[in-house]
Design a protein around this ligand. Structure first.
Ligand code: NDP
Ligand code: 2IT
Length: 449
C-alpha cells in the first residue's frame, strides 16, 4: 500500500478506535484512490488526506422533550459539518435509535464525495439523533423536532448548512423543523432545509429523486454492459422513501419487483409487488410490511432473525439495498452470486460490508456504488435550494429531466475515471477517484485551511 495512505490510516485508527463505520468508510475511499495518490506525492506535505478526513466541526447537543405520558426524555443530537470545500454544508438528518457519532461521521464523510459527484455547489454534512420515531404520536414527533431545532438553528442557514431528511426524517419531520426555525428566526428562509412540503417551498421530484435517480444510474450502467431493466427480476430491501420510488421507476422500466422489506422481515410476492399497497401501509398508515399479507395472502412473509437479511436469499437479477449500512454481509453476497445476480444498486449509504463488495467485484458483478447511485436525492435538494433562491417553482418534467441528466453525468464520470486508471467496470473505484480528484483540486486551490 502507498506509504502516505498507510500512515494516514494508522493515525486515523489510533484516534477513532471505537468508530467502526467511520473507519470503514474512510478506508474504502483511501484504498481505492491509491493510483491517484501515487501520482501526487506533493499531497503529503500539505496533509491533504489528513485534512480531508477530519470534520471541520462536530456539534453534539442535548434534546429533551416531553412525551404523551408527561415524562421528560433526553436524547442526543448531532451535526457533523464535514466539509465546506465546494459549497455550504449539505446532508440529511437521521432519527434512529442506532445513531451515534461514528454513524453520523461516516455518513458526513460519504456525503462530501457524493455531493462533489453531482456537479453542484454543495459541501458535506450529516446529523440526527438516537430518537426513535417509530410508534410515537404526531404530537411527540412535533415536540421532539421543535426541541431539536431550538439548538440546531444556531448552526445552520441557507448559506451555511442545509439539512434534509434521511432514515426516520421525511416530509412530516422537515415541516415541524422548518416551522420552528422560522418562528425562532422570524424570517422565511426557504433554502435552510430541503425536502420541504410543496406548499411552502419544496421541490417537485425531491420525494422521488433518490429512488428514481438510482434506477436512472442502473439503466445507464446496464446499457453500457448491453443489458436493460426490462423483464429483470428485482429485489429491494427497505420500504421507505428510497425503496418505494426505486420500485416505482423499476416497474416503469418493465422490471418485475418481487420482494421488499423492513427491519422486521420481508415480503416475497412472485406475482410482483403491489406498490400501491406498500405506499398505503408505509406512507399513509406507517405500519409494518407483514400487513401486506392481509391483502395478498399468496405472498410469503419471511421474518428477519439473523444478521443476514432473508431478502438476499431470494433469486434475483438485480438487488437494490435501500435500507441501511452493512445490510449485505459476505454470506448474503455469496448467496446472491450463487443465485445468478448480475447487478447491485446501492440506494442506501454503504450497504455492503467491505468483504461483500470485494466478493461482488471478484465475481464480475456490476456495482452501482452508493456515492454515485443514490446522489439523485441530494442533487434535487440542491435544485430545491436554487428554486428557493429564485423564489420560483420548476415543473415536474423539468426537474425530472435535470435528475436524469445529472445521473447520466455521474455515471459517465465514474466510467471515465475507472477507465483512466485501467479499472474498467469497477464503478466503485471510479466514483471514489472522480470525486476525490475534484475535491483535491479544490483543496489545493484554497490553501491550508
Ligand atoms: P426511511 O426511513 O424512509 O426508510 C428506511 C427503511 O429501511 C425502512 O423500511 C426501515 O425499516 C429500513 N431500515 C432502517 N434501518 C434499518 C435497520 N437498521 N435494519 C433493517 N432495516 C432498516 O429512510 P430512507 O428511505 O430515506 O433511507 C434509506 C437509506 O437510503 C439510508 O441508508 C439512507 O441513508 C439512504 N439515502 C437516503 C436518501 C434520501 O433522500 N432519503 C438519499 C440517499 C441515501 P423499519 O421501518 O422497520 O425501520
Ligand atoms: O444520504 C443522502 O444523500 C441524503 N439523505 C439526502 C441529503 C440531502 O441533503 O438531500
Amino acid at each position: 500500500m502507498n506509504k502516505y495512505i498507510k500512515k494516514v490510516l494508522n493515525g486515523l485508527k489510533e484516534k477513532n478506535i471505537n468508530e467502526s463505520e467511520y473507519l470503514q468508510a474512510v478506508e474504502e475511499v483511501l484504498t481505492s484512490i491509491e493510483p491517484v495518490i501515487n501520482n501526487h506525492p506533493e499531497y503529503e506535505k500539505i496533509a491533504l488526506l489528513e485534512r480531508m478526513i477530519e470534520p471541520e466541526r462536530i456539534i453534539t447537543f442535548r434534546v429533551p422533550y416531553v412525551n404523551d405520558k408527561g415524562q421528560t426524555i433526553v436524547h442526543r443530537g448531532y451535526r457533523v459539518q464535514f466539509s465546506s470545500l465546494i459549497g455550504p454544508y449539505k446532508g440529511g438528518l437521521r432519527f434512529h435509535p442506532s445513531v451515534n457519532q461514528s454513524i453520523i461521521k461516516f455518513l458526513g464523510f460519504e456525503q462530501i464525495f457524493k455531493n462533489a459527484l453531482t456537479g453542484l455547489p454543495i459541501g458535506g454534512a450529516k446529523g440526527g439523533s438516537d430518537f426513535d420515531p417509530k410508534g410515537k404520536s404526531d404530537d411527540e414527533i412535533m415536540r421532539f423536532c421543535q426541541s431539536f431545532m431550538t439548538e440546531l438553528q444556531h448552526h445552520i442557514g441557507a448559506d451555511i448548512d442545509v439539512p434534509a431528511g434521511d432514515i426516520g426524517v421525511g416530509e412530516r419531520e422537515i415541516g415541524y423543523l422548518f416551522g420552528q426555525y422560522k418562528r425562532i428566526k422570524n424570517r422565511y428562509e426557504g433554502g435552510v432545509l430541503t425536502g420541504k412540503g410543496l406548499s411552502y417551498g419544496g421541490s417537485l421530484v425531491r420525494k422521488e429523486a433518490t429512488g428514481f435517480g438510482l434506477i436512472y444510474f442502473m439503466r445507464e450502467m446496464l446499457a453500457h454492459n448491453n443489458q436493460t431493466l426490462e423483464g429483470k427480476t428485482v429485489t429491494i430491501s427497505g420500504a421507505g422513501n428510497v425503496a418505494i420510488y426505486a420500485c416505482q421507476k423499476a416497474l416503469e422500466y418493465g422490471a418485475n419487483v418481487v420482494a421488499m422489506s423492513d427491519s422486521t422481515g420481508c415480503i416475497y410476492d412472485k406475482n410482483g409487488i403491489d406498490l400501491q399497497l406498500i405506499k398505503q401501509i408505509k406512507e399513509v398508515e406507517r405500519g409494518r410490511i407483514y400487513e401486506y399479507q392481509k391483502v395478498h395472502p399468496q405472498a410469503e412473509y419471511i421474518e428477519c432473525k439473523e444478521a443476514d437479511s432473508p431478502i438476499w436469499e431470494i433469486k434475483t437479477d438485480i438487488a437494490l439495498p435501500c435500507a441501511t449500512q452493512n445490510e449485505i454481509t459476505l454470506n448474503s453476497a455469496k448467496k446472491l452470486v450463487e443465485n445468478g445476480v448480475i447487478a447491485i444498486g446501492e440506494g442506501a449509504n454503504m450497504p455492503c460490508l467491505k468483504e461483500a463488495t470485494e466478493y461482488f467485484l471478484n465475481n464480475n458483478i456490476l456495482i452501482a456504488p452508493a456515492k454515485a447511485a443514490n446522489a439523485g436525492g441530494v442533487a434535487i435538494s440542491a435544485v430545491e435550494m436554487s428554486q428557493n433562491s429564485m423564489r420560483y417553482y420548476l415543473p415536474f418534467k423539468n426537474v425530472d429531466e435535470k435528475l436524469n441528466q445529472i445521473m447520466i453525468n455521474i455515471f459517465n464520470s465514474c466510467k471515465l475515471a475507472s477507465n483512466e486508471y485501467h479499472l474498467e467496470k469497477n464503478y466503485v473505484a471510479g466514483a471514489n477517484i472522480a470525486s476525490f480528484t475534484k475535491l483535491a483540486n479544490a483543496m489545493v486551490a484554497q490553501g491550508i485551511v
